[in-house]
Design a protein. Structure first.
Length: 76
């Protein structure tokens, strides 16, 4: 789950939880909103953790430069 998907789930969950006033007999729409908010937050935390982990690997990786000693040219 990426950053955008997590934010989308949080937004949809917030709309279902706070903006929808519908009563149904099979399920509670507010509970589904809370579940979507929680899943979005967990996905957001995981994706931020994943991004910082990759950033640390890219920055902390030592860069090796191969150095070749070239003998001096003959001066005739």
């Amino acid at each position: 789950m990426t950053l955008g998907t997590s934010l989308f789930l949080i937004a949809v969950g917030a709309v279902l939880r706070f903006a929808v006033n519908v009563s149904s007999h099979g399920f509670n729409i507010h509970t589904i909103g809370v579940i979507l908010i929680v899943v979005g937050i967990v996905g957001l935390v995981i994706s931020l953790f994943w991004m910082t982990m990759w950033r640390d690997r890219a920055v902390a990786r030592p860069r090796y430069v191969e150095r070749r000693d070239v003998p001096p040219a003959d001066t005739y």
